[in-house]
Ligand binder design. Structure first.
Ligand code: ADP
Ligand code: MG
Length: 366
């Protein structure tokens, strides 16, 4: 591993040589230090994934120098075109459907890819000279400290990881800007997947709001909400609490969670049984979905009979509809996502879905 000042006259040429040889370059951006690899070179992508040590299904975004290069890797719909025109270059990642020209291990499991057009001239120039998009993931391993300086990287990686890095372009300590905002344009309403305030170091709560326009979209959204929490389910179990008026879509959303987990059984409202149980197997992960509807369950002895604490174990995903009915009776010992569903004035099928992350588990962050 070599370090060269980003101001050195040959910094760009050195980086180009490393990239052509399938190597990894650490490069500053307007947000954090990023890890560059040729997105079309499978060996380079393999090295990058070895360095990142990320779980399956987590996508890695790409840096391009202009919108034309973006079109090589993703299909831009009107929404995306608009966002490129108004927000880029800047600290924003825009998610679109992939064309599969970049290595498909960089895609999300939904076949989407995030594109960055960094507000960092050195990096745009480097991409322009190189000709292919470069990976633009943060230069830390999954779950490790977000790197604002070369020292941050060295302090939080093993020797074997450091051996995978060929060149560090050193720009000293960057200003403490948050990682990029992620906007998914593949849903009919753009979804802000990672809002700036999520990354404020000391906030343990984050809230994200989504809109859907059909039951199908609500179900698809369920997968996107749940996907980052698969490691949490494996590690400790996860509680998802659902509130909102009758007929707003709590069960519909639960069907989406079940579909995402590959549960073949039809999930419907457990109103008269309180609790239904489904086994799932996702990636290499086994688990159980417990689906509860506590609409008519308001007496503590009824809740005692269900023995909810016995369901709170690693591998468990517990989904409770009408949670506020029992909120004062239950003291969850699991990381919790609270979802509030609302009808909106837009049209009869429009729903607002507000997700509050009450988990203190940092495993879900990059
Ligand atoms: P809850 O469990 O909250 O009482 P359900 O999921 O059983 O609600 O019912 C929601 C109803 O609303 C379903 O008939 C569904 O088809 C309809 N619906 C219409 N638009 C949407 C939407 N955007 N999201 C979810 N459901 C919707
Ligand atoms: Mg229901």
């Amino acid at each position: 591993m070599r370090t060269v000042a980003i101001t050195a006259p040959d910094a760009c040429d050195q980086a180009l040589d490393v990239l052509r040889a399938g190597g990894l370059v650490v490069c500053p951006t307007e947000t954090v230090y990023g890890l560059l690899a040729d997105c079309e070179n499978p060996d380079a992508v393999s090295r990058l994934l070895r360095f990142k040590r990320r779980p399956a299904g987590k996508a890695i975004s790409l840096a391009v120098n202009d919108i034309n290069l973006a079109r090589r890797y993703v299909q831009l719909n009107d929404q995306a075109e608009h966002l490129y025109a108004t927000l880029l270059p800047g600290p924003v990642t825009i998610v679109s459907q992939a064309t599969h020209i970049a290595d498909n291990r960089l895609e999300s499991e939904f076949g989407t890819l995030g594109i960055r057009l960094p507000d960092y001239p050195f990096l745009r120039q480097l991409v322009a000279k190189y000709g292919h998009a470069l990976t633009a993931t943060s230069a830390n391993a999954h779950g490790r400290k977000t790197p604002y300086s070369p020292q941050d990287i060295l302090d939080h990686t093993s020797a074997s990881q450091q051996n995978l890095l060929d060149l560090i372009l050193d720009a000293g300590t960057l200003p403490p800007n948050p990682p990029s905002l992620v906007i998914d344009t593949t849903a009919s309403t753009p979804i802000v997947m990672r809002a700036h305030h999520d990354y404020q170091q000391f906030s343990s709560q984050k809230t994200t709001s989504y809109c859907t326009n059909s039951p199908k979209e609500t179900q698809a959204l369920a997968g996107k909400i749940l996907q980052p929490y698969l490691p949490v389910i494996a590690h400790s179990g996860l509680l998802i609490t659902l509130d909102g008026d009758l007929g707003v879509g709590k069960t519909t959303l639960t069907q989406g969670f079940a579909q995402f987990l590959g549960i073949a059984d039809h999930v419907n409202s457990p109103t008269y049984t309180y609790l239904k149980e489904y086994h799932f197997h996702k990636f290499d992960q086994q688990g159980t979905l417990y689906h509860l509807d506590v609409w008519t369950l308001d007496r503590p002895e009824m809740l005692d009979a269900l023995d909810l604490p016995s369901l709170m174990h690693p591998g468990a995903l517990i989904i409770i509809e009408w949670y506020h009915q029992i909120a004062s009776l239950l003291h969850p010992t699991l990381p919790t996502l609270h979802l509030e569903l609302r009808s909106t004035a837009a049209n009869a099928h429009a729903r607002e879905i507000i997700v509050q992350d009450l988990s203190k588990n940092t495993a879900v962050k990059e």
